[in-house]
Write a protein that binds this ligand. Sequence first.
Ligand code: ZN
Length: 267
Amino acid sequence: MTQGPEQTPRWQGGGTTLLCLRDGTLGLGADVFPGVPAERVAAAHRGGDAVDVNVFLLRHADGSLDLVDTGCGALYGEAGGQLVALLAAQGVAPGDIDRVIFTHLHGDHVGGALTEAGEPAFPKAAYLAHEVDIAHWRGKDSHGGRLLAACGDRFRAVQSGADLGHGLRTWLLPGHTPGHMGLHFAGGFALVGDLLHSLPLQLPDPSVHTKFDIDSTQASRVRAQALAWLAESGVPFSGSHITTTPVSPSPILRIARQGSGYLRSPL
Ligand SMILES: [Zn+2]
């Protein structure tokens, strides 16, 4: 499905407009979900095992622009790297971005932060990440480590619950990575980063974790707590891999309790 600028999923509140830009898609095979029988994964993903890689553009009341994550860039070939074109379709050039807020420093979130020549892709933007994620990845031979090495002086370390201005507050959701974080929006919205990789598997059973979770026990505990809060508060939210499908046509959702898990409830 092509995503024209007028159909771009959006949320508005508290003076901020959020747009969900799909940078690409990544396939998640059965091996991604340790401990879940392959048949259960296949049944949950019978419509296909690709998940979207979402980047969020935030346009604030004063005209300033934040990005949440940067997608894959050139790291995964044709699978991703649509961000710059999608921004252009919104009339936004890379040089217009004021801040890039990273949910964490995995490749499909940081890949678009450097050009293929290794230069910062958003020339005037400050790069923000949780202090614990920066400490974890610094010096490592990983996409995040290489980004920190290339752009260290651009990075601002943020703390848990930090006020980022424009009604944004950081929401530490550790486990996927040690400093993995979401964002709370004062206008009544949340972003949850990589808290969820598969709605059909993890909404009914929040204990389902992925092989990408660095501390899977912590990730599952944090997912259970965060989903409980999202259901109780009724706050709409989205995330980096919340995927649009014919059954789930929007990457923005609310959830409600159902038994020991959750299901989508109408927006
Ligand atoms: Zn990740």
